[in-house]
Design a protein around this ligand. Structure first.
Ligand code: SAH
Length: 250
């Protein structure tokens, strides 16, 4: 702005000077206008997001500050198809292509809270989808590993999370039933597609004391928290839910 005023006050000398100054002003005010337009657009979503966290998340009993902070920060509109941006803060799951969905914000918050993730945790997610749940975990934990069966979804989530600056998320195209042995054991596992039974392989990749939150069932599904004990597991039913099925690769 200071530079713009300087140029405005000095006397034009030649027609070239005047032309240069005109283009300078054109460029300068275009940048100001575009920046203002971008800020105005994201402002609209900031309000929607704040309202979503308040009404759908906090008022329904989610208390974990780490989870609330993550949901306040992450721009969910960047994780849904462009034509659904205006629905990004509604209280629902939304289609993300290939017959899959981004989960309802409340369910994302609930599962993350139930996993009790802390800053030093290494977390595995099964079912990357849009990458939204992975971003929520990445705001809280130190490392996130996420597996997605559908390659184009894995690829687009990877580039989305990279462009948003997440350096602690690694995404693999593969079969979540196998887990990710190279990086096991995990402090927590969040499964966002529903298998008919709890996969033994995933329990095997939990640390002792580790938590897995997982929807289980074919038609009626129940969300479970499975805690790995020094001997055996503790299994708690938390909530009836609806998730897409966890599939076997073809
Ligand atoms: N967590 C996602 C939503 C997931 S929807 C988000 O935040 O957007 C469930 C995802 O699980 C789908 O993308 C589906 O392709 C994937 N999925 C289903 N079966 C799978 C399997 N065996 N291994 C890995 N991913 C699987």
């Amino acid at each position: 702005m200071y530079l713009a005023v300087e140029i405005l006050l000095c006397n034009p000398e030649t027609p070239t000077d005047i032309a240069m100054k005109k283009s300078f002003f054109f460029a300068f005010f275009s940048i100001v206008f575009v920046t203002a337009a971008i800020l105005a657009e994201s402002d609209e979503f900031i309000r929607d997001r704040e309202e979503m966290v308040q009404r759908q998340i906090a008022e329904r009993g989610i208390r974990d500050e780490r989870v609330l902070r993550a949901l306040r920060k992450i721009r969910r509109e960047l994780f849904v198809p462009v034509n659904l941006k205006n629905m990004a803060y509604e209280d629902s799951a939304l289609p993300i292509g290939f017959g899959q969905t981004i989960s309802q914000p409340y369910v994302v918050a609930y599962m993350t809270e139930a996993c009790d993730i802390t800053v030093s945790d290494r977390v595995l997610e099964i079912g990357t989808g849009s990458g939204y749940q992975a971003a929520v975990i990445a705001e809280i934990a130190s490392e996130v590993y996420s597996i997605e069966l559908i390659k184009p979804l894995a690829d687009s989530a990877r580039s989305r999370l990279r462009s948003l600056g997440y350096q602690n998320v690694r995404i693999k195209h593969g079969d979540g039933y196998k887990g990710w042995k190279e990086y096991a054991p995990f402090d927590a596992i969040i499964v966002t597609a529903a298998p008919a039974e709890i996969p033994e392989e995933l329990i095997g990749q939990l640390k002792t004391g580790g938590r897995m939150v997982i929807p289980v069932g074919s038609f009626f599904q129940e969300l479970y928290r499975v805690t790995k004990l020094s001997e055996g597991i503790k299994k708690e039913a938390l909530l009836p839910v609806v998730f897409v099925p966890m599939r076997r690769p073809k």
